[in-house]
Design a binder for this molecule. Structure first.
Ligand SMILES: Nc1ncnc2c1ncn2[C@@H]1O[C@H](COP(=O)(O)OP(=O)(O)OP(=O)(O)O)[C@@H](O)[C@H]1O
Length: 403
């Protein structure tokens, strides 16, 4: 028996109608038994409903049909994955949850990465592909999760940092520009319901840099942090990472710092981590995109404001290249600091594949404290830091999407 959850407030607000006109009739025609249909009423409601469903379904598959965007999917995954205890379900029977996706949000990153959009797709049929895949059950994807801990500063001398409740993401974990965009775009939701609001918010933040430093952790399976080499078209161990000392420290300032799991894009055409699909690998990996302004040597010697203005133009070019099939990962600086697609200059974008990362914002830089988990924004406390690690799904527990 499947649970149906939909968010009436996501996307352009037409979800309820799509459920009634398209989804429920399709499920009925294919004899999919429905346990319950729930319209979410508040932020966090989807997680509560999904938790109750998992707890009360003692036998049989756990099928959850979700008509929403990534934010609601995040609430469901994070709540189930972090449930401290169940009343009815034994802790020794790990849950394998089948998620059936109907893209009714604004960005729909997970859906558009798993069901690649084609120019001639019929919009209604495209949105129903997840249901058809669930009915056929031929091919499935086990989701990799990213587990994020915010560590607040130690209370007193000699005491350890305090670990807040972790968050589990299935799409994106970011700081810097992307977190600022998601933070500011929420204010624009009513005025601009489409993905255009992300562009407006990007424009508002494009000259901002973020102070702090980051540490990259090796993946379990390779033992090192890898970096993409676009010349040879392969991931190679980072120059500072080997089996004896695999950690890589990177200093700010940063313009962009974002990691993904499961997705190569954050919107149908915004392919920010294109290697997730172009160079797929099984296991617990995060793909990380970092942009640091001072890799552009032509910025040296300018006034701070002029540096930021000049770099903002280049960052704009890089973000436009993301929409050109993820071509930002091939961009370089020429000897005059111009952004070009060819040559042997410094890469504009650093593209890492690794097991996790830590971000330590400069205490003075307020916006560097913003953190985005699948669209959900939180604030790292002053003096604190954040750590995100990849976790691969196992055969018996975890989240599955039929594709
Ligand atoms: N009835 C409701 N009223 C207001 N907000 C709701 C309601 N139900 C759920 N929400 C919240 O709406 C937020 C956004 O939801 P969702 O992710 O489904 O859509 P979206 O943000 O438009 O899409 P995407 O995440 O793909 O960009 C979530 O944080 C969710 O908690």
């Amino acid at each position: 028996m499947a649970l149906v959850i939909y968010n009436p407030a996501g996307g352009d607000g037409t979800t309820k109608q799509f459920i009634e006109d398209r989804v429920l009739p399709l499920l009925k025609t294919n004899d999919v038994p429905i346990a319950k249909i729930v319209e979410t009423e508040y932020v966090g409601h989807a997680g509560v409903v999904a938790f109750e469903f998992v707890d009360s379904t003692i036998s049989g598959p756990l099928d959850i049909i979700i008509a929403s965007g990534d934010g609601t999917i995040h609430e469901i995954i994070s709540t189930i994955a972090l449930a401290p205890s169940y009343k009815n379900r034994s802790p020794s029977s790990p849950a394998q949850v089948n998620l059936v996706l109907v893209p009714c949000g604004t960005a729909n990153a997970l859906y558009s990465s798993l069901f690649l959009p084609k120019p001639d797709d019929d919009p209604v049929q495209y949105k129903l592909q997840g249901i058809h895949a669930f009915i056929k059950k031929t091919k499935r994807v086990l989701l990799t999760l990213a587990i994020t801990d915010i560590l607040t500063p130690p209370k007193g001398k000699g005491s350890a940092p305090v670990r807040e409740k972790p968050t589990v993401s299935a799409v994106v974990t970011s700081t810097a520009l992307h977190a600022s965009i998601l933070h500011d775009s929420e204010v624009l939701r009513a005025e601009i319901p489409s993905i255009e609001r992300f562009k407006v918010a990007a424009h508002q933040n494009i000259t901002r840099w973020y102070s702090g430093c980051a540490k990259l952790f090796p993946s379990k399976s390779t033992g090192v942090v890898e970096i993409w080499n676009p010349f040879d078209k392969e991931f190679v161990p980072h120059a500072e990472s080997d089996e004896d000392d695999p950690y890589v420290d990177i200093d700010g300032p940063f313009a962009y710092f974002l990691s993904t799991v499961n997705v190569d894009r954050l919107e149908p055409a915004f392919q920010i981590t294109p290697l997730v699909t172009a160079e797929p690998r099984t296991g617990a990996f995060l793909d990380i995109v970092v942009i640091r302004p001072y890799r552009d040597v032509s910025l040296g010697g300018l006034e701070a404001e002029e540096e930021r203005k000049r770099f903002a133009e280049k960052l704009g070019e890089v973000l436009r290249a993301v929409y050109q099939s993820g071509n930002h990962i091939n961009l370089r600086y020429d000897s005059a600091g111009k952004v070009v697609s060819e040559g042997e200059g410094e890469l504009v974008v650093e593209y890492f594949r690794c097991g996790g990362w830590e971000w330590i914002p400069d205490i003075e830089d307020e916006k560097a404290h913003l953190l985005c988990n699948d669209g959900h924004i939180s604030t790292i406390p002053k003096g604190g830091k954040v750590k995100t690690m990849a976790a691969a799904a196992s055969g018996e527990s975890g989240f599955i999407v039929y594709v």
